[in-house]
Design a protein around this ligand. Sequence first.
Ligand code: KIV
Ligand code: NA
Length: 265
Amino acid sequence: YKRITTKSLFDMKANGEKISMLTAYDFTMAKIVDAAGIDVILVGDSASNVMAGHETTLPITLDQMIYHASSVVRACERALVVVDLPFGTYQSDPKEALRSSIRIMKESGGHAVKLEGGSEIKESIKKILNAGIPVMGHLGLTPQSIYKFGTYTVRAKEEAEAEKLVEDAKLLERIGCFALVLEKIPAKLAQTVAESISIPVIGIGAGNGVDGQVLVLHDMIGMTHEFSPRFLRRYMNLYEDMTKAIGQYVADVKAVDFPNANEQY
Ligand code: KIV
Ligand code: NA
């Protein structure tokens, strides 16, 4: 396998090949996802919800993101590994944003960082890019701003917010981001953005007029079951399968059916 790079993603867009991306937060899962042929693995700050059980992405720390990212990096032979900068590690000042990114690159071995926002964090993104660290943007529904939005519903349905989003996307391209995530915005708007910039646009709940798709791994394999937005396609129902398997194990232990004669020394 040839390692996927930021350049490979740019070429995929230019050649009309869609980009596949999933999250992962640990070694064992990342190993499966990488070997199955995914292009990009995102060590998302959704780890805050999926791994730690927090209600939002805000509480996860830089040290915790580095722990998840280093575990994922050790598993990947082919995928490009992108790591989210968690809330509070890049918004206050560009120097802190760079310091946080350097820690991620050095301590986890990840290949790029992702930050939420547009013009507001322009200086931080520039500072990180100047150090040679690739940056992926993230616009639309940006979960680190959930307390500003007050809801997880579709973003940029109104003209003003849509216009700002298009401007932010162009800005991110201009300052040198290698790709952009668009989360939960109208499909038509996402397609317009993808067509108006040359860097790859990866969508989640943003329709199929973009250059690639990302989903949260635990959602798409059906390990989570309470979260069912329209954009989520479940490829497995692991919640049910695991519940059955564990129930069977409990029953087997209680019935002294496990271990049997062949399962002992
Ligand atoms: O943290 C995450 O999982 C993400 C994706 C939803 C894009 O940022
Ligand atoms: Na995220």
